[in-house]
Each structure stands twice: as C-alpha cells, then as structure tokens.
Design a protein around this ligand. Structure first.
Ligand code: HEC
Length: 112
C-alpha cells in the first residue's frame, strides 16, 4: 500500500510538471503575441482601446483641437485609472497616435 501511495504521489507530481510546462508554453506564446499587438496600426489601437467604454468619438474634439502629447498622456493615464487595460508600450503608442493622428485615425471621427 505504501508503494501505491508513492506512485500516486509521483504521478501527481508528473501531472503538475506537465501543467507547469504547458503553462510555460502558453506564457511564451503570449509573450510572442505581445509585440504583434503593439504593432497594431494607430486607428485599430485607438478604436479598440478608446472605444471599449465610450464611443471612440470621445477623442474627436481633442484631436480637432490638435492637443499635444502632454495633454494626451494625461487623458490616457486618466483612462487607465478608469480601468483601461493597456501596457506601458501601448499607452505610449496611443499617445503618439492621438498627438499626431494619421488619416486613418482622423477617419474615426465624423466629418464636420
Ligand atoms: C475603462 C473604460 C474606459 C476606456 C477604455 C477609455 N475611457 Fe475615456 N472615459 C471613461 C470614462 C468613465 C469617462 C468619463 C469620466 C470623466 O469624464 O471623468 C471617460 C471620458 C473620456 C474623455 C472626456 C470626454 C469629455 O467629453 O469630457 C476623453 C477625452 C476620453 N475619455 C478619452 C479616452 C481615450 C483617448 C481613450 C483611449 C486611450 C479612452 N478614453 C478609453 C472610460 C474609459
């Protein structure tokens, strides 16, 4: 009976190791996926991040006013406080995307 127990414990340990390895593989896959997300185009990033709680058009008046990076980084930090999930890298990129909006970012806003 003692042996049985030992074997069961060993099997459990092996199973845990398998889970650990599977977890590591998943984490590695996630890490590889991260740069791909950061390379999302500006308008996609802004639409996905800034359009998830309120309409993405909340950004439009400030874009129209041509607010700079200082102002936008304050807004982005506020939105993180509101609960926005974004990595530091994504936040920095969003600030750039909003401070120097390209044609596709501007196209998120209604034409006046
Ligand atoms: C987690 C939810 C959430 C996300 C994601 C989010 N916001 Fe907001 N946002 C809010 C809430 C809640 C308010 C209203 C709170 C307030 O006015 O102080 C708000 C208000 C704003 C306002 C002020 C609107 C106005 O007319 O006064 C701006 C500008 C803004 N958000 C921009 C952004 C930008 C840019 C992003 C993307 C980087 C973003 N938001 C993402 C929750 C969010």
């Amino acid at each position: 009976m003692r042996n049985m127990k030992a074997t069961t414990a060993q099997t459990a340990k092996m199973a845990r190791n398998m889970f650990f390895l599977a977890g590591m593989a998943a984490a590695a896959a996630l890490l590889q996926a991260a740069p791909a997300q950061a390379s999302e185009e500006c308008h996609e990033l802004v639409r996905n991040k800034c359009g998830s709680c309120h309409f993405v058009t909340y950004v439009c008046p400030r874009i129209a006013k041509g607010k700079g990076a200082m102002s936008w980084s304050g807004v982005v930090k506020d939105m993180v406080k509101e609960g926005m999930a974004a990595t530091e890298q994504e936040q920095e990129k969003i600030v750039r995307c909003l401070a120097e909006p390209d044609a596709k970012v501007k196209a998120l806003c209604p034409v006046k």
